[in-house]
Design a protein around this ligand. Structure first.
Ligand code: UDP
Length: 461
């Protein structure tokens, strides 16, 4: 192929594994669809996990052009308690003018540009000068996207009604709305306010979802029921976990799983950036022991993996560590979640319902006990429970609202692990997920159509 006939797509993720991972999986998908890909990576990353993943990606995909985008450091005077990932969103936004020369220098000429949902407004004028279609990758559910796109039609968050109706999609109780939206002048709230009215200026929105999981939301979004002028929403999921994500886990926890009976283990993990308080961690450990189930538990007590973490004995206490030994394995290191969810010993997943975790569980047909902690997670948990392959405990509240007791946790885990109908439905969702990426499936059709459009642009240049 001559350079002039190459379909070339630039990707720009934002901060955190929850944003980087889906972008890298999208990059792999585009490569499979014969696109040349440039990955623009904001530097420095917030976590070590992001840097490690980028390195592994580069070794697996040497033909993907990685370009570093050096971000102007966050303001010195920001409160130290502010979320480091949100601060980095803000820093990348403030640095967006530095993208123009990067994008202009790319060769062969670009055919399309896909950037992160947290960067919409500041990157829009730059994307607009490229003369090619530009899209965002929305890294949450289509249902969350319907709330996001409908946001400008709602009253100010402080005056939200008790239930917010998203036309054609669902009714969201006020208690499920991301709490930072209720805080005047929060980074997250300002980002919502500034960016959601601009969605109509994009050429499209990519979402890591599929018809079998979110048909109602996708239909409402694409038929103009939510917002009339919305651009097309492409369900390009489920993004399939890739080889480059595999980490050397020095045997555990996969060898431990190999020794457990099929369908006997509950896997517990709250994603890449949710740290529970020490009291809650201990109650969770107590609950897992009480459930009587075998369990694999990834404990996280710091938001960012660059901070010092306490050893397990200190964090859990010696007594709990002893009680856990009989049926559980607890780890503090980064694990290969996709491989764990795909292991035959795993029967259930206690999850915060970060969207990547939800899709990975769907891909593997593993039922979820949702315990949403922040942001979009209650809305995602609702998607899972509506679809019938998971449950979530509405009275457990947001992160830090109350300490949920071990007794309640133990009961909920036991119920989820013994619920046959959840398992049956999870297997159906897994089949739907696999169909979406096979010939004639939603993801494949979306990608083929987009590539055809991008090819026409190449010809016209
Ligand atoms: N993850 C992982 N190992 C860990 C913790 C997290 O592989 O020890 C991955 C998980 O598989 C998912 C991502 O990190 O792909 C977390 O994204 P998600 O949207 O679920 O939650 P977030 O971390 O953004 O809250």
């Amino acid at each position: 192929m001559s350079p002039a006939s190459v379909v070339h797509v630039a990707l720009l993720p934002s901060a955190g594994m929850g944003h980087l991972t889906p972008f890298l999986r999208l990059a792999a998908l585009l490569v499979r669809h014969h696109c040349h890909v440039t990955l623009i990576t904001p530097q420095p990353t917030v976590s070590k996990a992001e840097q490690h993943l980028l390195t592994r990606f580069q070794s697996s995909f040497p033909d993907v052009n990685q370009v570093q985008f050096h971000v102007v450091p966050p303001d010195e005077d920001v409160p130290s308690a502010a979320d480091p990932f949100f601060l980095q969103f803000a820093a990348i936004r403030r640095s967006s003018h530095l993208l123009s020369p990067i994008l202009a220098s790319l060769s062969p000429p670009l055919s399309a540009f896909v950037y992160d949902m947290t960067l919409i407004s500041p990157v829009l004028p730059i994307a607009n000068t490229l003369g090619v279609p530009y899209y965002i990758l929305f890294t949450s559910s289509a249902t969350m996207f319907s709330f996001y796109s409908y946001f400008p039609s709602l009253p100010a968050p402080q005056s939200f009604p008790d239930v917010v109706e998203i036309p054609g999609v669902l009714a969201i109780p006020k208690s499920s709305i991301p709490p930072p939206l209720m805080i005047p002048n929060s980074i997250f709230g300002n980002l919502f306010k500034e960016d959601s009215p601009k969605l109509t200026k994009l050429h499209g929105v990519f979402i890591n979802t599929f018809e079998g999981l979110e048909a109602v939301s996708l239909e409402a979004l694409n038929c103009g029921k939510v917002v009339k002028e919305l651009p097309p929403v492409y369900p390009v999921g489920p993004f399939v976990p890739c080889e480059f994500e595999k980490v050397d886990q020095k045997g555990a926890p996969l060898t431990w799983l190999d020794d457990q009976p099929d369908g006997s283990v509950v896997y517990v993990c709250f994603g890449s950036r949710t740290a529970l308080g020490r009291d809650q961690i201990r109650e969770l450990g107590d609950g897992l022991v009480r459930s009587g189930c075998r369990f694999l538990w990834v404990v996280k007590d710091k938001k960012v993996d660059k901070e010092d973490e306490e050893g397990l004995d200190g964090l859990l206490g010696e007594e709990l560590v002893e009680r856990i030994k009989e049926k559980g394995l607890v780890v503090k290191e980064w694990v290969d979640q996709s491989e764990i969810l795909g292991h035959k010993a795993v029967r259930g997943f206690v999850s915060h319902c970060g969207w990547n975790s939800v899709i990975e569980a769907a891909w593997c047909g593993v039922p979820i006990l949702g315990w949403p902690q922040i942001g979009d997670q209650k809305i995602n948990a609702e998607v899972v429970s509506k679809s019938g392959w998971g449950v979530w405990k509405k009275d457990w509240g947001w992160e830090g609202e109350r300490v949920v007791k071990g007794e309640e946790i133990g009961e909920a885990v036991k119920e989820m692990m013994n619920n046959e109908s959840l398992k049956i439905r999870a297997v159906q969702v897994k089949e739907d997920a696999r169909k979406a990426i096979s010939v004639g499936g939603g993801c494949e059709i979306a990608l083929q159509n987009l590539r055809e459009e991008w090819k026409k642009i190449v010809k016209n240049i």
